[in-house]
Design a protein around this ligand. Sequence first.
Ligand code: SF4
Length: 136
Amino acid sequence: MSETNVVKTVCGYCGTGCGLILEVENNRIMKIRGDKDAPVNKGQTCVKGAFAYEYVHAKNRLTAPLIRKAGELVETTWEEAYQFIVEKLTSIKTNFGAKSISLFACARSTNESNYVTQKFMRTAIGSNNIDGCNRT
Ligand code: SF4
């Protein structure tokens, strides 16, 4: 008989940040319900938060970064992926200036992630060109 573990978490589907309770068996999510103690949603969820969790176990989910090489997306390491990003951004900034770079932040990220994102753009890149669909 498998043991059911209960995991408290925050829904990542949108910026509302509803508290969720996951029922997990054998490292698989079996059911999700709203967290009655969460101040945002008080136990309620929308249909996505309650039912759209199958993607977590999808077989075709990406598990490694990809870089396009000779027209094909090829799995790579995080080290190579970050190095590739650094080289591309540095080249664009050097050749076209910092303001040629913009970033579209994610409404599904936490406030903290979006804060770090805008900080990265303003301090590391030197551009104020940042936006996100979470302001609409
Ligand atoms: S349950 Fe629905 S409303 Fe709440 S955070 Fe998730 S997607 Fe947003």
